[in-house]
Design a protein around this ligand. Structure first.
Ligand code: CTP
Ligand code: CA
Length: 220
């Protein structure tokens, strides 16, 4: 009922997003991953959908149900996530990188279970999906996330600038990880905009409002 009275801030927009962790296989029973519940990304996908957007959610393994009306593409590794994002990008107005992408993957996944006698693991860097999307000539409006354990302002704003993002959502891991609540600061060209601690659904709605405002400004 409440949704009915809300202005459709993202009506007619296509949003592509990533959420959850990636999982980089070492062998058939082991892998490298990040701690990420996917809750913030899924809440944001739902908020974008409720705001009238067409939403494609490229998700690593989370065990969460897809929000109603959201097209979910399930992936495991960062390379699969990148491919799924690139496939979903045509026509996108917005890209939001919420996923905790593993920065490295094993150079090659072993076909058989590795024995403890072979102690070496060679890693290779994964592509930076968000930076790649933001660097495209036809880049949509790109939003990043940064979960830091210290010096949030410096790291968050540094990432926003390095990846050339008009907007980034920062939080301290102590404030959000695994929780249903989060406390975030929004960073954009105008500065920092701290938000009150709130359920992730409420934080997601706030992010949508901020993003829709910047998007409307950019369009004019
Ligand atoms: N990101 C991405 N692909 C990667 C790494 C990060 O798309 N391979 C995105 C994340 O989804 C997030 C943003 O980039 O929106 C910041 O991720 P983060 O891990 O905090 O930044 P990094 O650039 O990887 O820096 P570091 O891990 O050294 O802090
Ligand atoms: Ca990283």
């Amino acid at each position: 009922l409440i949704a009915f009275f809300q202005p459709k801030l993202l009506a007619g927009r296509k949003v592509v997003m990533t959420a959850g962790p990636t999982f980089e296989a070492i062998d058939p029973v082991r892998g490298i991953t990040n701690t990420s519940s996917g809750k913030m990304g899924y809440a944001l996908a739902q908020a974008c959908r409720r705001a009238g957007a067409e939403v494609v959610l490229v998700s690593g393994p989370t065990g969460l149900p897809a929000p109603l009306g959201v097209e979910r593409v399930d992936v495991c590794s960062a390379l699969q996530m990148r491919d799924a994002v690139v496939a979903a990008l045509p026509g996108a107005d917005v890209f939001i990188g919420v996923a905790a992408v593993a920065d490295y993957r094993p150079l090659s996944a072993a076909e058989h279970k590795v024995k403890k006698s072979s102690a070496e693991l060679t890693l290779t860097p994964n592509p930076d999906i968000l930076a790649e999307v933001a660097a495209r000539p036809d880049a949509p409006f790109c939003v990043g996330f940064a979960a830091e354990s210290r010096e949030l302002d410096a790291y968050a704003e540094g990432k926003r600038r390095a990846k050339r993002l008009p907007m980034l959502v920062g939080n301290l891991v102590q404030d959000g990880l695994g929780s249903d609540d989060n406390q975030v600061i929004l960073y954009d060209d105008a500065g920092r905009h701290p938000q009150p601690r709130a359920p992730k659904t409420v934080v997601a709605q706030k992010i949508v409002e901020h993003l829709a405002g910047l998007l409307a400004m950019r369009a004019t």
